[in-house]
Each structure stands twice: as structure tokens, then as C-alpha cells.
Write a protein that binds this ligand. Structure first.
Ligand code: RB5
Length: 141
């Protein structure tokens, strides 16, 4: 499965750790950044979100310091449902209830092991549909 991934400088090290940890499971398309040099998160979140917007079945990961900058940016794009997750339950619910297609993580506020658990959970959990389908359909303007 191909997974889009991007971060700013605050998320760079976690992005690289995730790519390495799951290299046998996913084919990564890395939208950057490619170092810890300070950058502006929209420059990386927008291109990733545009790719997700064009591909209904896309799966993606965005990381910045708090997660909020990249989440706010990505959610400007139609069909993008970027969910800020910091524990396993929220990652599961983001899939079950929100059919989230972008896992967003706050690199400065979670341990690396937690991030790995969030990735595993997010990609292993299916959307429940049913009443949640109606709600998700109402998101796009
Ligand atoms: C970078 O210092 C920081 O502002 C960014 O990673 C993110 O937390 C913004 O929302």
C-alpha cells in the first residue's frame, strides 16, 4: 500500500523513524521536508493534501510540532479528513467514525513508541459506515 507522508522540521525525525519502522509494510511517497532546517508547514501539507484530495482511497500521515498547523492546512482541501491523534483510542475513532484519510501527529507531544502504535491502529481500523456515513457526507462544503 502506498502512503503519503510529510512533515515540517519539528516532525522530520519522527517522519524518518516511521518510514524506517514500517518500510516492509508500506511504500512511502515522501513530500518532505528532508532535514531539521526550519521550514513553513503549509509548504509540505498543501502538496500532500492535494494528492489525497485527488485519490479517494489515499492514506497519508502528516506531522508537525503540535499537529495543528498541518491539520488545519490539510483540511482546507476537499475530501481530505485529517485527524489529529495522540492516543490509540482517538486514532481508532478517527477511522471508525470520521473515515479519516490523514493521520496527523504532534511530534513534540508524543513518544516515538506511541506514534508507531497510532500508525498501526490507524491503518488497521476500518470505517464503520452506517450513521457515520451520513455525517461524513455532510463535511464537504
Ligand atoms: C514549528 O515551530 C511549529 O510551529 C510547527 O511544527 C507546528 O507545531 C505548527 O502548528
Amino acid at each position: 500500500m502506498k502512503v503519503y507522508i510529510a512533515s515540517d522540521h519539528a516532525g522530520y525525525e519522527l517522519k524518518e523513524a516511521i518510514k524506517k519502522q514500517f518500510s516492509n509494510l508500506y511504500e512511502w511517497e515522501d513530500f518532505g521536508t528532508h532535514s531539521t532546517e526550519s521550514v513553513d508547514y503549509p509548504d509540505f501539507a498543501h502538496p500532500l493534501a492535494e494528492a489525497v484530495s485527488q485519490d479517494a482511497n489515499a492514506r497519508a500521515i502528516l506531522i508537525c510540532g503540535t499537529g495543528n498547523g498541518v491539520a488545519i492546512t490539510a483540511n482546507k482541501h476537499a475530501n481530505v479528513r485529517a485527524a489529529l491523534c495522540w492516543n490509540k483510542e482517538i486514532a481508532a475513532l478517527a477511522r471508525q467514525h470520521n473515515n479519516a484519510n490523514v493521520l496527523v501527529m504532534p511530534a513534540r507531544f508524543i513518544e516515538q513508541a506511541t506514534a508507531f502504535t497510532l500508525v498501526e491502529t490507524f491503518f488497521a481500523t476500518e470505517f464503520e459506515g452506517g450513521r457515520h456515513e451520513r455525517r461524513v457526507q455532510k463535511i464537504n462544503l
